[in-house]
Design a binder for this molecule. Sequence first.
Ligand code: ADP
Length: 302
Amino acid sequence: RIVVLGSINMDLVVRCAELPIAGQTVLAESSTEFCGGKGANQAVAATAAGGSVSMIGAVGSDAFAGRLLGNLSQHNVSCDAVEQRRGQSSGLAVISVDQRGQNAIMVVSGANASVTRDDVMASKDLIERSDVILVQLEIPMDAVLAGIDIAKKAGVRVVLDPAPAPREFPSQLLAVDLLCPNESEAAVLTGQPVESVADARRAAAQLQQMGAEHVAITLGDQGTLLHRSGESHLIAAFSVNAVDTTAAGDAFAGALATRWSQTDDLYEAVRFANAAGALAASQHGAQASMADGEAIESLLQS
Ligand code: ADP
């Protein structure tokens, strides 16, 4: 079993010829709604990959709330521990994209910002009964730390995707079983540029010094640098025709949590997650691009 503690958002994508400037009104071409949020995306990725997943988080009481919950249920994510907050808006990202592909994004944390330490404590049993807890940083730090603390005391594996990466954080944040930043998040956490595999090796060693038991730095089409027991391995990416790398990182994290809940072999779990990330990059969209276990296995065998 996997518990995902994190954000749930509606992404509203508005396409227009030119982005409006302050005071201007433009006629847009289209608007499309997608269920998102790193927490929800990773929960969907984890179930798609074959995991049995419960989510801890919050939605508001607006029209999006029911759709966000319905979407998670449709993807077989259990929402018993997702709170519905009266009078609040659900997490919302308004993403404007112009014809050149430039974007302007506004994110309303909404109910995601209301997840407290007490909410997480209320799901203590759920966390203690799981094999892996997967967390990101789109909900308050206090709630994240509570989840990590409960899991560690119960011997449940903790996977932290440190996104968005904070410039300042309490040291216990990184004291997890597996930390999986991408290059830019690893750079923020270590305060050093991460632009090459050699940089990633250094950053991973540093992040281990900072408290992480194992570190997996994702490197896009180069794959993943896994730092395990003091040794680092570059685990190659699968070669695919990448059309949209949105949420490749979420696909990676979700699949990794699922595989690592089934095996002790972290190297094998990262290979599985690399395959899930590659498949997500080969499809458009976020949740729509999460691969199922069969597709992941067949890429692994290829
Ligand atoms: P993020 O989306 O967080 O920046 P990455 O782009 O590093 O994360 O992608 C996560 C993982 O997905 C990578 O480690 C890799 O295994 C896989 N992946 C991402 N982009 C590609 C690509 N273009 N081709 C093959 N695999 C990819």
